[in-house]
Design a protein around this ligand. Structure first.
Ligand SMILES: Nc1ncnc2c1ncn2[C@@H]1O[C@H](COP(=O)(O)OP(=O)(O)OP(=O)(O)O)[C@@H](O)[C@H]1O
Length: 227
């Protein structure tokens, strides 16, 4: 939601007039979107409308067919994407444990040079697991034995350890029950400064400040508009 003050503020993430077609089906036409620092925003829409496609574009992982993306006013193509990657905790829909054991799974991002100095100690990792809803999980626990919901919570613990201000999460509660969904919402809200979530989950939506429905692309008089 854009307020009069927002006209002076620079969005953390801005998509300007993006268009995207997948398999001959246009998902976005001249679509614009802004996320401001401190926003807690949820995007919802019926299945297949393009929520994941949009999120991946905003997260700098895919490119639109046309249009521009900006991070703090800097075009993704001119350094904005690189700046975004330093600030972003990306929580994808399908979580990969990234390693055979919990400790290595949590440490995976810290093997990268950019994160190496932030490598957490065991005590910090155990605290993060507890905060993310996996208490009493040994660090040498085999990740292949984790359920889908436990994998999602492992990804939350990993994100917590990375300690970044901007969180983008795609269906973070997809494999969680009611109780864990509420805990997940609290966790996301407490640990992010700016939060963008895609979800169908009414319970998760109810916890988040703003909910926007992704507009449907309609065709009228040969003119396509995003409503
Ligand atoms: N890489 C791709 N190649 C071809 N088609 C794709 C690709 N990614 C997405 N699509 C198509 O784009 C459409 C939107 O996909 P997307 O995953 O964004 O939907 P969604 O709104 O997130 O749906 P859901 O709620 O079911 O996850 C779908 O029809 C999908 O098949």
């Amino acid at each position: 939601m854009v307020t009069p003050q927002d006209t002076k503020r620079v969005p953390v993430i801005e998509a300007r007039n993006i268009s995207v077609t997948k398999q001959e089906h246009q998902l976005f036409h001249d679509y614009s979107f802004s996320l401001y620092e401190g926003d807690e925003l949820c995007i919802t829409a019926p299945s297949g409308r393009g929520k994941t496609v949009l999120l991946r574009i905003l997260a700098g992982l895919d490119r639109p067919d046309s249009g521009e993306l900006f991070f703090n006013g800097v075009p993704y193509e001119k350094g904005g994407r690189a700046q975004l990657y330093k600030q972003l905790n990306w929580l994808p829909q399908r979580v990969s444990p990234l390693a055979n054991h919990v400790r290595e799974a949590l440490l995976a991002p810290f093997t990268l040079h950019a994160n190496y100095k932030l490598k957490p100690k065991d005590t910090r990792m155990l605290e993060a697991l507890t905060a993310a809803g996996l208490p009493n999980t040994p660090l040498d626990h085999d990740t292949s034995s984790l359920s889908g919901g436990e994998r999602q919570r492992l990804a939350l613990a990993r994100a917590l350890l990375l300690n970044r201000p901007l969180w983008i999460a795609d269906e973070p509660s997809a494999a969680l029950d009611k109780e864990h969904t509420l805990a997940c919402a609290r966790f996301l809200l407490e640990n992010s400064k700016t939060l963008l979530v895609v979800t169908h989950d009414a319970q998760l939506q109810s916890q988040i400040d703003q909910v926007i429905e992704l507009p449907k692309l309609t065709t009228t008089n040969n003119t396509e508009t995003q409503q």
